[in-house]
Structure formats: C-alpha cells, structure tokens
Design a protein around this ligand. Structure first.
Ligand code: 5GP
Ligand code: MG
Length: 185
C-alpha cells in the first residue's frame, strides 16, 4: 500500500492511521536540550555514543551534533526474542568495533518500552569495563516498564500507544518522518 499524508496531522502507513504527537520543532528543541545537558557533563570526556540500530540512528545523528565537544560514535544491532515476556532474551546481531575499556559510554536508544533490550544490553556493556555508562532514550513508556533499567536522560515520556517517526517504524515505514506520530484509536 502507498504511504501518503492526507493532512499535516494524519499519516497513513500500510493499513494504519497515525496522528501527530510531537512536531518536528518540538522534537528538535528537546534534542538540543538533551545535547546541552550532555555537553555540560561530558564536554572534556570524549564520550562514545553507542547507537542501538535501527531505530535510534536518526536520534543519535541529531544528538551527537547537539553535543559540543569531542566524541565518537559506534553502532550495535540487537534482536529481542520474546517467547514469553519474562524469559525474553536479547541477542547481539552486530557488535561494537570500539574498545570500551575506560571509555565514557552514552547509550542512545529510540524508545524504552518493557526495558528488556536495554536491561540486557547494559549488563553486557558493564562487563567490558567502561569508565561510566549513561543512557539516553528519545522516548519512554513508563507504564510498560517490566525490566529494571535506569535511563538518565529521556526526551519525552509517552502513553502506552504505538508510535512512529524520527527513526521509529511500522513494518519498515515511517522512519523518515521528522515528527512523532501516534496510532489513532
Ligand atoms: P523494549 O525492549 O524496551 O521492550 O523495546 C524497545 C524496542 O521496541 C524499541 O527499541 C523499539 O524498537 C520497539 N518499540 C517499542 N515501542 C515501540 C513503538 O511504540 N513504536 C515502534 N515503532 N517501536 C517500538
Ligand atoms: Mg530499538
């Protein structure tokens, strides 16, 4: 099915209709704030931004450009298998090429839902003896959290509804939308 926009506020992707949750302007303002906060803390620490693929690549690209100081970037691809909610495991499909020992790591995630992905990934990172780890999530659904995970910086807390845009997809589509859109009920 074709993707089309019927107004600025409604987007259809495949069979579903989405409505604006955050405009491009709101998103960009918040990302600048997060970048400024990270700059205060990490300006002279040459942090390593670790972007979790695929969804976080858009956020990571903007966030690291909102960071004023030397920094590097790396990418990981994780796959979560959720046979049952409680035994769901997360597997690394594509690992980091960077040496993490002694580095200040800023994990960049698109959205924290159950927390499963981050919970397992942070455990894996800690084994590699970085100097510090913090997590930045563009979005978080507080009502869905099942796994204990600390997220130091959050773009927006949102309701437990499916969203697309700014890197997030519905069956492949929607990642290129500059704003965030929520499934229409
Ligand atoms: P968690 O491991 O925290 O349950 O899930 C995190 C991952 O699930 C996110 O990185 C994202 O890929 C996916 N996810 C969770 N909620 C949404 C949503 O509302 N929209 C989209 N597109 N993906 C989501
Ligand atoms: Mg993700």
């Amino acid at each position: 099915m074709e993707t089309y926009t019927d107004t600025k506020h409604h987007i259809q992707l495949h069979d579903l209709l989405f409505v604006t949750l955050f405009s491009e302007k709101q998103v960009q303002e918040r990302v600048q704030e997060l970048g400024a906060a990270l700059t205060l803390k990490y300006r002279d620490k040459n942090p390593l931004f670790v972007s979790i693929l695929s969804g976080a690549f858009v956020f990571a690209a903007d966030l690291m450009r909102a960071f004023d100081g030397n920094c590097t970037v790396g990418f990981v691809k994780l796959a979560s298998y959720s046979g049952t909610q409680s035994t769901g495991k997360v597997q690394t499909v594509m690992g980091l090429e960077n040496d993490l020992e002694g580095r200040h790591i800023i994990v960049v995630e698109d959205i924290v839902d159950s927390g499963r992905t981050l919970h397992f990934f942070l455990r894996h990172l800690r084994e590699q003896k970085p100097a510090s780890i913090c997590t930045v999530a563009f979005l978080r659904k507080p009502d869905s959290l099942e796994f204990p995970v600390d997220v130091e910086y959050v773009g927006f807390d949102i309701d437990n509804r499916f969203v697309v845009g700014y890197g997030l997809d519905y069956d492949g589509l929607g990642r290129n939308l500059a704003g965030v859109y929520q499934l229409q009920e």
